[in-house]
Ligand binder design. Sequence first.
Ligand SMILES: [Zn+2]
Length: 66
Amino acid sequence: MKVLLNQAARCIYCQSLGSIKNGGIFILGKFICSKCEQKIVQLSCDAQDYTYYVNGLKKIWCCLGD
Ligand SMILES: [Zn+2]
C-alpha cells in the first residue's frame, strides 16, 4: 500500500482532513489525524473516550477484508 506524505486523507475519528506531513498516521490504510492520535496515545483504560476510540479501531479491523 503506497501512501504519499502529503496525500490528504480524512480522519476516521473526527473527519477532519489531514496528512502524514501534518503529523497524522495511517493504520492499515485508515487515516488518524495528529490530534486524535495524541488522544489515543494519552488514553487510559478508564478514560471516557476509551470506548469511542476502541470502537474506531475495531472499525479498522473490520475493514481488513475489503
Ligand atoms: Zn482526527
